[in-house]
Ligand binder design. Sequence first.
Ligand code: PXL
Length: 279
Amino acid sequence: MANQYKRVLTVQDISCVGQCSLTVALPILSACGSETCVLPSAVLSTHTGGFSGFTFRDLTEDMPSILAHWQKEGIAFDAIYTGYLGSTKQIQYVKDIFHGVAGENCVKVVDPAMADHGKLYYGFDQPFVEAMKTLCAEADYLVPNLTEACFLTDTPYTESYDEAFIRTLLEKLCALGAKNVIFTGVAYRAGKNGVVVYENGEYAYYEHEMLPNSCHGTGDIYASAFVGALMRGKTAYDAARIAADYAVECIKYTATVENHWYGAAFEPVLGQLIKALEE
Ligand code: PXL
């Protein structure tokens, strides 16, 4: 059997407290069985969604020398997965990383982590969105939520939509250059949520339950589990389904924890993700 041990690089911030970005991606990818290398885009004391007075250290200027060192060492990755980035300028450096340390058949996954619920996250602006479009152009798999898909396609945000609206967004995202799109949080019916897998122009939909609570950082959990499952040899559809089921379990578990407002308690249910990967 072909060796399944893959080396993944993930580029996103370290929010020291807050259960998002690298503190989620590193354990999830490791649990999925991949060697997980990290490139922190910035270091924050907490995430920006609900805390105030957080620190922010932008690591943009460290990136070129980190890339140069990796190239000198002949390091290459089976997948490169990007999430929350620290500056508009950094996006060009991330593209250099895509070109400089991609191994043979390297899978590039871009989570354009910049917006939710109709709004950009604190600190992001239109120039960042424009630069993010150029990174999305290089994605083998783009993993946006509805808000991000709207920003990336200059479409006014709406919470009432139908399949035709989603299909138009998918076509526009592919027109940017993204090869395939895993579109999260697509809900067509009351009580249901789901994910669209748009691969090679083929539309497939996995529906799952809609939960009454939502958690910050679920997008990071989702994208990390998707990449981890893909690296385990799952098809994009199966990886999208496994990631969705896992995210649902995380949100359900979090509802049982008192006062856990800032993130999802993903650790206690990691066992379920590992089990799903073995099926
Ligand atoms: O989960 C997305 C995310 C990642 N990193 C930081 C954030 C957010 C969302 O707000 O603030 C720093």
